[in-house]
Design a protein around this ligand. Structure first.
Ligand SMILES: Cc1cc2nc3c(=O)[nH]c(=O)nc-3n(C[C@H](O)[C@H](O)[C@H](O)COP(=O)(O)OP(=O)(O)OC[C@H]3O[C@@H](n4cnc5c(N)ncnc54)[C@H](O)[C@@H]3O)c2cc1C
Length: 102
């Protein structure tokens, strides 16, 4: 039996754009899933320091994205990592724990 769960919104990519979107959709009570082909955080993970962001003089990029990810999860969104959505769509087969039916 396939695991099934329904979502109102599926966001492709767990970079800062995707995670920020998930904050808003989750706060709007939309059941949200983020599919990320690698690890959440995207390019910001590679920034050594984020400087002069309000309330933080200096913060590591990866540390910042971990906080954003935790915020998204606290708001109730689900995150599935290691899911290449394009590949899944092309192959139409199981990727990670997900099955894509079209
Ligand atoms: C070293 C460095 C320093 C930077 N400094 C600054 C700065 O000072 N100020 C500034 O404004 N910007 C800076 N940037 C740029 C900033 O990081 C990017 O503009 C920002 O990360 C873009 O966010 P994004 O969510 O749109 O894309 P990304 O961060 O690229 O996230 C996209 C996500 O989607 C995932 N994804 C892609 N394809 C698939 C797929 N097929 N299936 C599933 N998931 C997929 C990727 O794995 C990734 O996690 C810097 C970037 C770097 C690398």
């Amino acid at each position: 039996m396939k695991p099934t769960k329904q979502y109102d919104i599926i966001i492709l990519g767990g970079g800062i754009a995707g995670l920020t979107s998930a904050i808003y959709t989750s706060r709007a009570k939309l059941r949200t899933l983020i599919l990320e082909k690698n690890v959440c955080g995207g390019l910001v993970n590679w920034a050594i320091d984020i400087e002069n962001f309000p309330s933080y003089e200096k913060l590591g990029g990866m540390e910042f994205m971990e906080k954003v990810k935790a915020q998204v999860e606290r708001l109730g969104a689900d995150i599935e990592e290691i899911v290449d959505v394009i590949e899944a769509m092309e192959k139409r087969e199981i990727v990670g724990r997900w099955v894509f039916d079209f």
